[in-house]
Design a protein around this ligand. Structure first.
Ligand code: DOR
Length: 399
């Protein structure tokens, strides 16, 4: 781990805004101030740039093992750091599904080998996503590195199974990440599908006292239900995706699950961000091959475009502060995943991102380093470019 001094930079995190220098030693932030001088360290001039804590994604799919034609841990990690992310939570819908130590350790080892970003791999809630059995959770109970369980991509239909999983999760201090979709409604009404399951899971979390994290919240009814549950003291956090904030059905009908919603939903999500109901941004980075997209696979890539889309949509167009954006993209997601990141303060990991807020960027899917080129944002113009991503004091990406 190298020592690094970033000078003359606008520093912004969830709580502060100042111009100065930040020094990283042995992987952690050591000193913050003005006119810092160090010898024998790498120096970066941050003039005209903004230094933020690196971004942490609560929700991504790297497809390894099983679907590496769509993405793998190497290409996904490169996409992550290009987007300013040094922490990513991966969903378990790989093949085989992550329901055992063979898959979990394979992902962990590969992630460490690649070394660009810290990866948490979710364990599936039900064994092999079959929806019926949670016995496999017992083998992970003493593993301090397991943070979250999820059947994202499918969801858990059986309410008593979901309740039992929440009980196990509470005992082990795991987060239960809910993909809220009632499959009996998926072909009839995707709004009902999301809202029914959101309300069910909030109720189960109230009863079990588990930490529930609602993934990709997209409707008025769901975010309002989460707000009410928070007021009642239910231990629930939630994420929204960049695409559910930047698109509505009058702009795009790109296939993604949950679907792109209506203008009123988008307005309500943005209002919920202002009110503090939304905890974080999760990209739901979901790479697919062109052929799979043609055949109807839902989802889009998100890591490389998340910052500029969120900055433009929230900060430039909706007057939300950059501090708030940092809270959503770094501080809260780090807290949910139990990472020592997400703020620029002494003792935190030296994981930061240098951004040029005035730089205009046109999304070009051909320039993505992700294997997935599936995006509805191709050709759209935004503000804010990631110039450099730093992890533990090492530069892991440079534009
Ligand atoms: O659009 C989606 N794609 N939503 C999901 O929940 C799963 C994801 C995927 O794995 O492709």
């Amino acid at each position: 781990m190298s020592n690094l001094l970033i000078k003359n930079v606008n520093v912004v995190d969830a709580f502060q805004n100042f111009h100065g220098d930040v020094y990283v030693e042995n992987g952690r932030i050591k000193e913050i101030g003005q006119d810092l001088n160090k010898s024998n360290v790498e120096i970066i001039d941050g003039n005209n740039l903004t230094l933020m804590p690196s971004f942490i994604d609560t929700h991504a799919h790297f497809r390894e093992p099983g679907f590496t034609q769509k993405e793998d841990i190497d290409s996904g990690s490169k996409a992550a750091v290009k987007g300013g992310y040094t922490g990513v939570c991966l969903m378990a819908n790989t093949w085989p599904v992550c329901s055992n130590y063979e898959v979990l350790n394979a992902v962990r080892n590969r992630a460490k080998e690649v070394g660009l970003t810290d990866i948490h791999q979710c364990v599936s809630i039900t064994e092999n996503f079959k929806g019926s059995n949670i016995e496999h959770l017992n083998i992970f109970k003493d593993d301090k590195e397991v943070k979250a369980i999820s059947d994202d991509g499918v969801g858990v239909m059986d309410s008593s199974i979901m309740m039992k999983a929440m009980e196990v999760a509470r005992k082990n201090n795991w987060v239960v990440m809910s993909h809220a979709e009632d499959k009996t409604f998926s072909k009839i009404d995707m709004r009902m599908a999301e809202d029914l399951m959101t309300i069910r899971d909030l109720y189960l979390a109230k009863v079990t006292k588990a930490h529930l994290h609602m993934a990709h919240v997209s409707t008025v009814e769901s975010i309002n239900a989460i707000e009410r549950a928070k007021e009642e003291g239910v231990k629930v956090t939630c994420e929204v995706t960049p695409h559910h904030l930047a698109l509505d059905s009058s702009i795009s009908n790109y296939r993604v699950n949950p679907p792109i919603r209506e203008k009123e939903d988008v307005k309500t999500l943005i209002r919920a961000i202002r009110k503090g109901v939304v905890d974080c941004i999760g990209t739901d980075h979901a790479p697919h091959t062109e052929e799979d997209k043609k055949n109807g696979a839902p989802g889009m890539v998100g890591l490389e475009t998340a910052f500029s889309i969120c900055y433009t949509t929230l900060v430039k167009e909706n007057n939300i502060s950059l501090n708030k954006l940092s809270e959503l993209m770094s501080r809260n997601s780090a807290r949910i995943l139990g990472m020592n990141k997400g703020l620029i303060s002494v003792g935190k990991d030296g994981d930061m991102v240098l951004v040029d807020l005035n730089q205009r960027v046109t999304v070009d899917r051909e320039k993505f380093v992700s294997r997935g080129k599936n995006t509805p944002f191709h050709g759209r113009e935004y503000y804010g470019e990631v110039k450099m991503t730093i992890k533990g004091g090492n530069v892991v990406y440079k534009a």
